[in-house]
Design a protein around this ligand. Sequence first.
Ligand code: PMP
Length: 307
Amino acid sequence: MVKSLAFFQGDIVPIEQAKVSVMTHALHYGTAVFEGIRGNWNKNKNSMYIFRMKEHYERLIQGCKMMMMDIPYDVDDLCNITVDLIQKSGLKEDVYIRPLVYKSEERVANLMLHKLSSDFTLIIVPFGAYIDTDGAINCCTSSWRRMDDTIIPPRVKISGHYVNSILAKTEAVLAGFDEAILLNQDGNVSEGSGENLFLIYKGVLNTPLVADNNLTGITRDCAIKLAKNEFGLEVVERSIRRSELYLADEVFLTGTAAHITPVGSLDSRLIADGNVGKITKNIRDIYLKSIRGDNESYQEWLTEVKV
Ligand code: PMP
């Protein structure tokens, strides 16, 4: 039987019981770090495959360090809690796994991280496509700039910095686009509101440096590995200017939620002919097989859970 459960204050409880007070520090200031992990259901194998769970929890722990958050769990503990919750929930479909470490102290007028206690919670919800198309999406350059590492470190998933992504995504969708591409303060391309970015020009795969203020994306890492290992592509991490995107042969976005999403246009200019690019399609096809346990290679990326 499927149950909506959460890991909350050290126990697995029905999700309705996982409630925090309006006094909670994180609610007021965004003082939390989180992860987004996918569990991919494979009907033929009757198994859930959690994708790169360890790497997600390693990034969560990095975020905790940044935000001075102590939790009584290491990466292995967090992986075990996740597997346990998936098994107890009984979901047999694609899921989104959302761990959150938050400043749980019920004290609002305090701006010192080191004086506030933290807690860990975890929820798992059914989750299908994030950007609902097999085709190429239409993007705009956001009027919002990606915040700099000197403002809020963007390389980990700090809750408060998502206001930046949310402003950009909302603006893009209300203007009729699917997704926003953010530039950093220097005018270099940073990333999408919830995805890293790649461009292909003359057979070379280029992606912005993490130092251009994007998240150290785990799907980004997969795309780099697949491009090199499977297709022998040269991959260059460097600063990228906006105009390079207009002239690229292919552009795609990567993210846990968005998978590998081709970009067909930017600011109403078609990228090549506006369709899904060949290299993008090849990388996406092998990625989508790998995340669901349908590829013999890259098994090390998966944690199989029998539900
Ligand atoms: N950038 C941002 C701002 C994101 O929120 C995400 C989604 N986590 C990504 C990039 C992609 O990261 P990942 O591949 O690790 O999901």
